[in-house]
Design a protein around this ligand. Sequence first.
Ligand SMILES: Nc1ncnc2c1ncn2[C@@H]1O[C@H](COP(=O)(O)OP(=O)(O)OP(=O)(O)O)[C@@H](O)[C@H]1O
Ligand SMILES: [Mg+2]
Length: 187
Amino acid sequence: MDKAELRLQMLNQRNTLSAQEILDGSKALCQLLIQLPVYKKSRVILSYMPYGKEANVMPINQRILEDGKTLLIPRVKNATEMDAVPIDALDSGLVEGAYGIREPDPGLKAISPKDIELVLVPGLAFDKKGNRLGHGKGYYDRFLEQCSPQAFFIGIAHAFQVFDTIPSEVYDKKVHGLLTEKEFILL
Ligand SMILES: Nc1ncnc2c1ncn2[C@@H]1O[C@H](COP(=O)(O)OP(=O)(O)OP(=O)(O)O)[C@@H](O)[C@H]1O
Ligand SMILES: [Mg+2]
């Protein structure tokens, strides 16, 4: 199966999830994440605003703020690049951006990718070698490339989106761990 076919299959399968399943999953994701030493020690964390039936990290985003850490959210810069922008609340400072995804207000200033300690990476599919399938524009591949070699990347997905092997290319940036509603997998 090629990347395009797998993307479609994952989008279709994700569409069958109920709001309740996603809500239950979002609480489980948060409970699993906050126990991890890498979460506890990270002060600057890039998360995302869930779109459609993506794994819901809103409880995690809330918790990052409550724990006094810096919460960064992606903001699309152009057709190929995104920035990481600190926000201090989830109910203000966000606007509807490209692709209908909520993103930080254009007036807020981005930080250097080098300052990020932990990245929660959304994806349509992951494999146990750390490969990730996104929406096919390469935004995360280009962004993660600019992060510090010490930064830790956790792929976030529903459990059915984790495979033994998915198609990948040399430019695909790997994640170091996977978090689903069922478990955390250190790779
Ligand atoms: N580091 C890079 N530098 C230049 N081009 C890149 C880089 N990474 C990816 N690309 C380009 O981006 C295109 C899309 O990449 P890919 O199919 O891996 O997207 P994706 O990782 O699934 O999507 P996304 O990261 O946006 O969710 C590729 O065809 C490739 O040419
Ligand atoms: Mg890629």
